[in-house]
Each structure stands twice: as C-alpha cells, then as structure tokens.
Write a protein that binds this ligand. Sequence first.
Ligand SMILES: [Zn+2]
Length: 100
Amino acid sequence: MTSIEPRVITKSDPTRVSIEWSDGHSTVYTARELRQICPCAGCVDELTGKRTHDPTTVPGDMVTQNVALVGNYAITIRFSDGHETGIYPFRMLRENDPSG
Ligand SMILES: [Zn+2]
C-alpha cells in the first residue's frame, strides 16, 4: 500500500494552508475550515466521535499563528482564537479536501 504524503506545505499566508501532495494533487484549506474540522478531544467527543464544538461559531477572520509538523504524519496548528490542541493527520487532511 502506497501512502500519499505532502510534498510541500505552504503556510506563508496566515489565512490558509496549502498542501501539495506526492501524487501531484494540491489541497487548500482556509484557517477557518481547519479550525472547523479540528479533531482534538476538546472539539470531538472521543467516545462517540461526535463533534462537540459548533463549527458555525468559528469567525470568518480566523487565521493561523503557527503551523508545525508532528513527526512525519501530521501537522498541528495554533489558531488566532488560541486553540492549538488539534493534530491533523495528513490522511485526514487529504480525505477532507474541500475541493474534493
Ligand atoms: Zn480542537
């Protein structure tokens, strides 16, 4: 099984994160979209998998303050609302690609 991995992660613009994948596909998330899909235990109930954080409460002017790699499988993001506990596995970022 081959895994698709990010080749380039561009985070120069605080309103978005762009990922260029090893298969040539590219994905662009806005900071708001990333905050809305935050998979951390504070946003998603670990037992039920149900989202407890209301995505509609994320303001449109959300930006990223820091984007960092977690090992070789994920990124973590600090958002302008101070939230920074989400770990976004590459696989999840690819599966949730807003452009399909
Ligand atoms: Zn979260």
